[in-house]
Design a protein around this ligand. Sequence first.
Ligand code: FAD
Length: 199
Amino acid sequence: MRSFQVIKLNAAGAVKVDRYLRTSLPNVFAAGDCAEHYVRQLGRNGYMPLGPVANKQGRLAGSNIVNNGAMKMFPGIDQTAAFKFFDLTVATTGLNERQLQEGGTDCVKIFVDSPTRGAFSGGGTMRVLLICEKGSGLLLGGQMVGQAVVAKRLDVLATAIYKQMTVFELAKLDLSYATLYAPVWDPLLVAANLAIKKV
Ligand SMILES: Cc1cc2nc3c(=O)[nH]c(=O)nc-3n(C[C@H](O)[C@H](O)[C@H](O)COP(=O)(O)OP(=O)(O)OC[C@H]3O[C@@H](n4cnc5c(N)ncnc54)[C@H](O)[C@@H]3O)c2cc1C
């Protein structure tokens, strides 16, 4: 009688993979929405089924299948995502408050409400949440919600988190200003300066 091996799934129902995207079955790889995703900041797999992750994992799985003598590890994700909710854009990167509570991390949280543009240029309003580690100021996560394109502004924070920057370094970034695109103090810099006072 033929016997079947069952592929291992995680609690979310995603296929368990190692850093090379190998599943529990020999010579079977998984990538994209069906698979787990390594979360750098957690140092373990999570599940965040999104387009960029699926593309990167798919590319790597294909490469590892044909180069199995020199497989590369999936570098992981920082949980960056954006979506539209009626006229609002919502964007997130890094660890969220629930994950930080679960990890028992002592952190500083800053909320900033800001216009999305400079004076007399229309635009809307936005709110920034910036989270950093108490003491070191290491950037841990952030979220933005607003009536304009906040997603690309959040990508600055995603880059800073990837490079393991602190709020002290974030506050020194030379971000662009023109009244049509941003207030003279970028909301992210305002949040960083406020965080420095609490770190
Ligand atoms: C409405 C919507 C909006 C989205 N918007 C965003 C967004 O803005 N940003 C973002 O990052 N992500 C977004 N996503 C998620 C993103 O589309 C997915 O993460 C990504 O497409 C996953 O790619 P994948 O290749 O793993 O799976 P899929 O794109 O689902 O591809 C799987 C393919 O396998 C095929 N298939 C299934 N079963 C079988 C079978 N038994 N045999 C053969 N073929 C099979 C399917 O037909 C499909 O073509 C959105 C998803 C949806 C549904």
